[in-house]
Design a binder for this molecule. Structure first.
Ligand SMILES: Nc1ncnc2c1ncn2[C@@H]1O[C@H](COP(=O)(O)OP(=O)(O)OP(=O)(O)O)[C@@H](O)[C@H]1O
Ligand code: SF4
Ligand SMILES: [Mg+2]
Length: 461
């Protein structure tokens, strides 16, 4: 049995309307039937464009949102059905690293306080001295100096802050770490360093990862298996090399074709598939194959019948009625693809704006607008707070509060940050041992080396 097995997991958010009678008028089908297995000591890379449900799936595994249906079997136990009280015992073993390292670290706590909070809650280390020693070891492992202990998150660069985020997960000695877009907020120059660090830690500590990214390049080298997600479900899954060597689903082909090749000759000749239109709303997903509204090969059957993820050999799974015909080149295109599509779009644009016809390179989904980034910062902070709260609850024998269900019920755009923040500040949370943490090493006067921290630090003051 795999360490982590998801079986037909669904996370549907109710959409409510009305002030007096808060009626459910529909659902956002954020995750709609995902099955996957993550083997111990391996990395599962989950990719897909913005809004396809990657984060919701990760949060579902940690029960930060309610699972509508399906099983999340971790080390033989179905977490989806565990009462919250029992779930708390499992929380230490499943940790999360967030996209926005700054947003997920409490700016008012120094690093020792941030890292020891969860340890104390889970009873790791008999006192603060022992915890501090353990934290020093972990800081060394993630490549941060000991003098980081008494410093505050804003004093570090983006890359260093992500190392702190990783250290926060590691001090709890987890089995599985869910890394949600762990490098997408970082400078390209430090992205590789953080990915390499994750790989080194996996080797030396035997960790199991679920790495979420919108960028195929990020998951390529770190992943053993890659799952491609589209509008709430997996459309393709394969061992990393097999997926790159021969993507079979039209959506994966489009994602892959958006990645430039360094060789100019190959780059000039290679096939490009530019998808038309935006990702449909998960509140109103298309019937049949969810990709049929954008698929260049869509046939009549595609609008009527939803394809099932099927193993086509050697663990390569694809959810497409016509994968074999597309591979054999025997299926007629029903929409333009490649360069012709671009030319056609330019011609249309010259005649007048027509939003439906704008060709969008699949890769462009990764470029998130400023509001989207701000929204993410809030969400990361809320999730970190929720995890801190869960950690604290793991120790305190306090009655369970319905933090996760409350969030699951929240309509899109609800201020989850404020909600989780309020919960985190209840008396159940042991206060951070700041006085003790303040006694960190005397050598902390030296500023930790910074890799381009200026701009980000200035932003947050
Ligand atoms: N609490 C919620 N209530 C209602 N809808 C939600 C909630 N959380 C997420 N959604 C919706 O579910 C869908 C999937 O969101 P999710 O954040 O999981 O996508 P994602 O793949 O992680 O995207 P990104 O790459 O932008 O992070 C989106 O349409 C989002 O608006
Ligand atoms: S099932 Fe049809 S619409 Fe869906 S990916 Fe395959 S060809 Fe395209
Ligand atoms: Mg996300």
């Amino acid at each position: 049995m795999s360490l982590l097995e998801l079986d037909d997991v669904k996370v549907h958010f109710p959409v409510r309307k009305g002030v007096l009678f808060n009626r459910t008028v529909g659902h956002v089908y954020a995750v709609d039937g995902v099955s996957l297995k993550v083997e111990a000591g391996q990395t599962y890379g989950l990719v897909g464009e913005s809004g396809c449900g990657k984060t919701t799936l990760g949060r579902g595994v940690l029960r930060l949102v309610d699972i509508t249906d399906g099983e999340v079997v971790f080390d033989g136990t179905d977490l989806a059905k565990l009462p919250e009280e029992e779930m708390r015992r499992y929380r230490r073993r499943l940790q999360m690293v967030f996209q926005d390292p700054l947003g997920s670290l409490n700016p008012r706590q120094n690093i020792e306080s941030i890292l020891s909070e969860g340890m104390a809650a889970h009873g790791i280390g008999k006192d603060q001295d022992e915890r501090r020693e353990r934290i020093k070891e972990i800081l060394a492992k993630v490549g941060l100096p000991t003098n980081a202990l008494s410093r505050y998150p804003h004093e570090f660069s983006g890359g260093q802050r992500q190392r702190i985020g990783i250290a926060r997960a590691l001090v709890l000695e987890p089995d599985v770490i869910i890394c949600d877009e762990p490098v997408s907020a970082l400078d390209v120059s430090v992205q590789a360093q953080v990915i390499n660090l994750l790989e080194e830690l996996q080797e030396s500590m035997g960790l199991t990862y679920l790495v979420i990214a919108h960028d195929l390049a990020v998951v390529r080298h770190i992943s053993d298996v890659i799952g491609v997600m589209y509008l709430g479900s997996l459309v393709e899954e394969a061992p990393s090399d097999a997926l790159y060597a021969g993507p079979k689903h039209p959506y994966t082909k489009a994602l892959m074709s958006a990645v430039p090749v360094p060789d100019p000759e190959v780059e000039d000749r290679r096939e490009r598939i530019l998808l038309q239109g935006d990702l449909p709303s998960p509140a109103n997903p298309p019937a049949g194959c969810r990709f049929h509204t954008r698929c260049p090969w869509a046939q009549d059957r595609c609008a009527a019948e939803r394809p099932v993820l099927t193993d086509v050999g050697d663990g390569h799974k694809v959810a497409c009625h016509f994968a074999a015909e597309i591979e054999a080149g025997t299926l007629e295109l029903t929409r333009p693809t490649g360069i012709e599509a671009v030319t056609e779009t330019k011609a249309v644009a010259a005649e007048g704006p027509d939003a439906d016809k704008v060709a969008i390179p699949a890769q462009s989904s990764g470029d998130q607008p400023a509001e989207k980034k701000a929204e993410k910062q809030e969400q990361d902070s809320a999730e970190a707070d929720a995890l801190a709260k869960a950690d604290a609850l793991a120790k305190a024998d306090a009655p369970v509060e319905a933090d996760a269900p409350a969030k699951a019920e929240a309509p899109a755009g609800a201020d989850e940050a404020a909600e989780a923040d309020a919960l985190a500040k209840t008396d159940d949370v042991p206060p951070a041992d700041d006085a003790d943490a303040g006694k960190a090493d005397a050598d902390d006067a030296d500023a930790p080396e910074s890799d381009a921290s200026g701009a980000e630090s200035a932003k947050t003051g």
